[in-house]
Write a protein that binds this ligand. Structure first.
Ligand code: ZN
Length: 244
């Protein structure tokens, strides 16, 4: 089975369409979405409709639940909160109802999928080795797929207990060793934060046991113009050009 694993679309339709064109060329079997389909960007309803139409599993992110009124966004940064308030106002009843019912995790025989982390699926960031080690210790998965930080990469636990972090090469498959365990962040479609403004997603081949990071250019200026026209905070538009 070959999956496109997408996360953190954040209402960025231009980035999502670039990714979906790439997934069609790759003839993948299914699309898995790790949450935060809305928030920050100018097209939340359109992005939600595109993701729903793919028919694959979709799980909840913190912005999805905040936009749906299920999660209190008082812990969000002021800019994120401003964007969530705008998003709440423009969501259709249909999109809001869909977001409110998204599950927090997906347990597949081949992987565990969450937005943040297995111990706090909605809100925890896995950013460092000690956090990854605690999660490897407390949860029984061989591969955990996450988003949330918008920074693609992998934490790897070897059979001897050594844990390491690594960046993923773009466009080149990495084989998953049977003896090791992995936490893989697929990056963000609509708001990358690793210094590379290109949209990010992951191809997971559960038969060949490979992961391949893909990065796609898209019309950043078109998204920025929409954000300005809709009155979304300027820094949120500016960051798209630099991937921060
Ligand atoms: Zn996000």
């Amino acid at each position: 089975m070959r999956y496109a694993v997408l996360s953190d679309v954040h209402g960025n339709l231009e980035a999502l369409e670039a990714v979906l064109r790439d997934t069609r060329r790759g003839r993948l079997d299914a699309c898995l979405c790790l949450g935060d389909t809305v928030g920050y960007g100018p097209d939340p309803n359109e992005c939600a409709a595109r993701i729903r139409a793919l028919g694959g599993p979709v799980i909840a992110g913190n912005h999805d639940l905040a936009a749906a009124g299920v999660l209190d966004p008082s812990a969000f940064t002021p800019l994120a909160r401003a964007a969530i308030e705008w998003t709440r106002d423009v969501l259709t009843q249909e999109t809001r109802a869909w977001l409110a019912t998204l599950p927090p995790r997906l347990d597949d025989p081949a992987f565990l999928a969450v937005h943040g982390s297995p111990r706090d699926p909605i809100e925890e960031y896995i950013l460092d080795l000690p956090t990854s080690l605690a999660i490897f210790s407390d949860h029984a998965f061989s591969l955990c797929l996450v988003g949330h930080s918008h920074v693609p990469g992998a934490f790897i636990l070897q059979a001897d207990g050594a844990v390491s972090a690594r960046r993923l090469p773009v466009g080149r498959g990495v084989r998953l060793a049977r003896a090791a365990r992995y936490i893989v962040n697929v990056g963000s479609v609509g708001q990358p934060r690793d210094g590379d403004p290109r949209a990010s997603y992951l191809v997971l081949d559960t038969t060949a046991r490979t992961i391949t990071l893909r990065r796609l250019e898209y019309a950043v200026a078109a998204t920025q113009e929409k954000m300005a026209a809709r009155g979304l905070p300027t820094p949120l538009a500016e960051r798209l050009a630099v991937g921060r």
